[in-house]
Design a protein around this ligand. Structure first.
Ligand SMILES: Cc1cc2nc3c(=O)[nH]c(=O)nc-3n(C[C@H](O)[C@H](O)[C@H](O)COP(=O)(O)O)c2cc1C
Length: 138
């Protein structure tokens, strides 16, 4: 069964090459697992969307939880889906470069982007917009 998992976590002691390393591993592993999605990093907070088979995504999420490069993980949304949103991305990265500021702010509950404070509906709308309106990095 196809599902989408959205979770947030706080970046921890991130070195300059950590995000690149996370993306490279993600792309390699996720493609083999049939997992697609996007990874955002803004305001020191990761927000990740993982789409794929329910069991596979569950196992991957638990692997990711063990990573020392982040802390305070929280599942924000988990739902069965009919189809994927991120068909072309085994793991896209969205960063707070200037071009993306407006989108992050559009969904921010306060002066800073804080996915922990967002409703699941807002998170879904945010990711739906990401595909078309952001500058992708990596
Ligand atoms: C915020 C965050 C998101 C991550 N997302 C993924 C992911 O989608 N897929 C993945 O394989 N690893 C991801 N990782 C990395 C894993 O925790 C782990 O380092 C990696 O899967 C190990 O890959 P390897 O066995 O190929 O070395 C993520 C790590 C962090 C901190």
């Amino acid at each position: 069964m196809l599902i989408r998992l959205l979770y947030a976590s706080r970046a921890r002691e991130l070195g300059p090459f950590d995000v690149k390393d996370i993306l490279e591993r993600s792309r390699r592993n996720n493609q083999a697992l049939g997992v697609t999605g996007a990874l955002c990093l803004s305001n020191g907070i990761f927000l990740q969307c993982l789409e794929g088979d329910r069991t596979v995504v569950n196992q991957l999420y638990h692997r990711i939880l063990g990573d020392r490069r982040h802390t305070d993980p929280a599942i924000l949304d988990f739902e069965p889906i009919v189809c994927r949103q991120f068909t072309g991305w085994s793991m896209g990265l969205v960063n707070t470069v200037a071009d993306n500021q407006a989108l992050f702010l559009k969904y921010a509950t306060g002066p800073q982007f804080d996915p922990y404070a967002m409703r699941p509906e807002a998170l879904r709308a945010f990711f739906a917009e990401l595909m078309n309106n952001t500058r992708w990095l990596g």
